[in-house]
Design a protein around this ligand. Structure first.
Ligand SMILES: [Mg+2]
Length: 480
């Protein structure tokens, strides 16, 4: 097989043999259905701003601009202070913004790093839906920062309003109706989707759809991406053995809701369902215990693909031992950048190695100096010897001063190289999965909960349906 480009690959945290997977489930939004992020998030942003103004916030807010690149997933939102944080795997706040203003090291230290950090005090930006919400919060905070007194509320109160009105925009049709009216503007068709699904079906896998979206919306967008694309599967439902809408994940994995059958296509009328799930019928709600029982499946024979680390991945894996595939769409662009920046990464590693050598050399000098100073302090040594030792000591001290200066310069160089590389990846936040060279909190969560991760679900087509995905994560530092 030709070597796959990085953005087309699957990445493995926990080994998985696709041959032992009998059924593959998919989340819908941002997993099977990819949105044009710029148009879709801008829509959520502006619809919510309209609700702010309608509820008495100043009209100036209508001028706020949506910036699709300011916020990335994995950040934490400090609602109380109006700050946005990037935290490493050791809970250290490495980067932070108050509105558009970057917090310096001292501010980060005083607010966060000087005390024990409780990530639970903050909100995580972990879905694509949260990107526009967070972006709007940042714009509101920035407006309050630049125009004190314009909005007479605390940051937390503003956030509470935001939460309510963005949810309302999703529920009252302000967003969905526009998506459905112009799907070509808001939905990106993945040209490999049909090929991927057919390949999995031909490989003997049973597919299911498990989405939180309601029936009318699911039916419309799935029709848009899959109807009339393949002669064997004229309707989108033909690809899936089971279809579950309004699943209410993550509660689907913790609750005990019954399944309802969706009995009318158009209005989505419901009837309480009993007995096994009938293939090709559409069900609403339900729960994972019942799903496994009614479809006679075992957790580890199911691979579930989703883009939300909590809603889709964490609970399904922890509570039901479903195998998991996380879609990290951002990696598509980032992996291309990382490949291009590989020489810079190697330069950083070389520079770090050189700094370590200098540190070792400085340490050797310090110990020589210590020995000489001890000898010179001993009483009764002869003058000539003493003079020689003093000369040597002076020489070593000068060498050490030069070495320490070199270390400082090397340290500066490393910092510059890291900053340069990070800015080339993302001007505010750097790499999605790293802060400087440390793993980010987001990376740590992905490692903990996703058996596999990849930039698009259609990357599955690049592998055989009996592929053994092997993890090398069990290597210990002393194995390297
Ligand atoms: Mg989703």
């Amino acid at each position: 097989m030709q070597k796959l480009k990085k953005h087309l690959k699957m990445y493995v945290n926990r080994s998985l043999n696709l041959a032992s997977i009998k059924s593959i489930g998919f989340d819908m939004d941002h997993t099977l259905v990819l949105y044009n992020r710029e148009n879709f998030e801008a829509l959520a942003f502006h619809e919510t701003v309209k609700k702010f103004v309608a509820h008495g916030y100043p009209e100036e807010l209508l001028k706020l601009k949506f910036d699709p690149n300011f916020v990335i997933r994995g950040l934490l939102v400090d609602r109380e202070r109006g700050n946005l944080l990037k935290v490493d795997a050791h809970k250290y706040v490495k980067k932070a913004f108050h509105g558009h203003r970057r917090l310096d090291k001292q501010e980060r230290y005083e607010l966060y790093n000087a005390k024990s950090f409780k990530a639970d005090d903050f909100l995580t930006v972990d879905t694509f839906f949260a990107l526009s919400e967070t972006q709007l919060f940042i714009e509101l905070v920035d407006t309050m920062r630049r125009h004190p007194g314009l909005i007479q509320k605390t940051y937390s109160e503003v956030y509470r309003d935001l939460r309510e009105w963005i949810d309302l925009s999703h529920q009252d049709g302000s967003i969905k109706n526009q998506v459905l009216a112009e799907p070509e503007k808001y939905i990106d068709r993945d040209k490999h989707l049909v090929e991927t699904l057919v390949k999995l079906i031909d490989g003997g896998k049973k597919l299911f759809l498990l989405t939180n979206s309601d029936w009318p919306y699911t039916n419309s967008v799935m029709s848009y991406i899959l109807n009339d694309m393949h002669s064997d599967f004229p309707k989108w439902q033909d690809y899936f053995e089971h279809i579950i809408v309004s699943a209410g994940k993550p509660n689907f994995f913790t609750g005990s809701n019954p399944f309802y059958e969706v009995v009318t296509d158009k209005e989505g009328l419901l009837r309480l369902h009993r007995g096994p799930l009938v293939p090709k019928k559409v069900y609403h709600g339900g729960n994972a215990i019942l799903f496994e029982r009614l479809t006679q499946q075992k957790g580890d024979q199911i691979l579930y693909c989703g883009d939300h680390i909590y809603g889709d991945i964490q609970r399904s894996k922890e509570l039901f031992n479903w195998r998991t595939l996380l879609v990290v769409q951002e990696l598509e662009e980032e992996l291309v950048k990382l490949e291009r920046l590989q020489p810079e990464f190697e330069r950083i590693m070389d520079a770090i190695h050189r700094e370590e050598e200098l540190q070792d050399e400085a340490q050797a000098l310090r110990s020589e100096i210590g020995t000489l100073q001890r000898r010179l302090n001993m009483p009764g040594s002869d003058k000539q010897k003493e003079q020689k030792q003093s000369g040597k000591l002076k020489e070593y001290l000068e060498q050490l001063a030069r070495k320490e200066q070199q270390i400082e310069e090397q340290h500066r160089l490393i910092k510059e190289l890291i900053d340069h590389r990070e800015k080339a990846i993302h001007p505010n936040w750097g790499e999605l999965m790293r802060t400087s060279l440390e793993r980010s909190r987001f990376a740590k969560q992905i490692e903990a909960y996703a058996c596999l991760y990849t930039s698009r679900v259609t990357n599955l087509r690049n592998y055989s349906f009996s592929q053994k995905f092997r993890s090398y994560r069990d290597m210990m530092p002393h194995d390297m």
